[in-house]
Design a protein around this ligand. Structure first.
Ligand code: SF4
Length: 217
């Protein structure tokens, strides 16, 4: 293990300790290849599994693995029809398991996210009985302020660029400029800013899988 890997591991250990204090669970893996089987181990066969829109889930191969497994998959992002997509996003609230990424995770063990519609953060907060959050160590930030800054400077503009297939009047300016100008609806993809500080009960509900790779946006 080199010095950089050692440092990542120490940061991950601190996050996992703090997630536990916040009634959540943390797991750390050196690679996505190590993480995926463990993530699948948390999903019983036959489960209804909802997916949040996440580049991390694509890059790690989790979506491909779920597609091959014994699951009933709800993947709104594979749905082309707008109404059916929203209907599926609603059905996800009663799924057995929700799998999603996160925009940032603080050393205090908090999950920071910004959503356009809010379907992802709503499902993370309440709904599916189990929530599995997958994140590269590039999502680690020291505190909430840095998490908000990460969303403004990196995740927001990069996600806007990723969604440049949106109709013209729904295109945020940062999709072109690369910089946040605090845009407003209907163009903005930044409508619901959430901090999940923890849960009151059900410690087994939220599991965070930290992977020592640069993943997602
Ligand atoms: S310009 Fe708009 S969509 Fe882009 S990061 Fe800023 S608030 Fe979000």
């Amino acid at each position: 293990m080199n010095e950089r890997e050692w440092l990542q591991e120490k940061r991950a250990e601190r996050i996992i300790r703090n997630l536990s204090k916040n009634c959540m669970n943390g797991h750390y893996f050196a690679s996505a290849r190590d993480a995926v089987p463990e993530i699948l181990r948390h999903i019983p066969g036959g489960s209804v599994v909802g997916l949040g829109d996440s580049l991390t889930l694509q890059q790690t191969g989790i979506i491909a693995a779920l597609e091959k497994g014994d699951y009933h998959l709800l993947n709104p992002w594979a749905e082309q029809d707008g109404e059916r997509k929203v209907e599926m996003q609603r059905r996800i609230f009663t799924a057995d398991v929700f799998v999603a990424g996160t925009n940032a995770i603080t050393l205090e063990g908090e999950l920071i996210n910004m959503d356009g519609r809010g379907n992802r953060v709503a499902a993370m907060i309440f709904g599916p009985k189990k929530v599995l959050v997958v994140a590269g160590t590039n999502k680690i930030v020291p505190d909430r302020e840095e998490g908000f800054r990460r969303i403004r400077e990196i995740a927001g503009p990069a996600n806007a660029q990723r969604h440049r297939w949106f109709p013209k009047d729904m295109q945020p300016p940062c999709a072109t400029t690369g910089f946040c100008s605090d845009c407003k609806p209907p163009a903005t993809i930044c409508c619901a800013l959430t901090v999940i500080r923890g849960q009151r009960v059900d410690k087994d509900r939220i599991h965070v899988f930290l992977i020592a790779e640069e993943l997602g946006l």
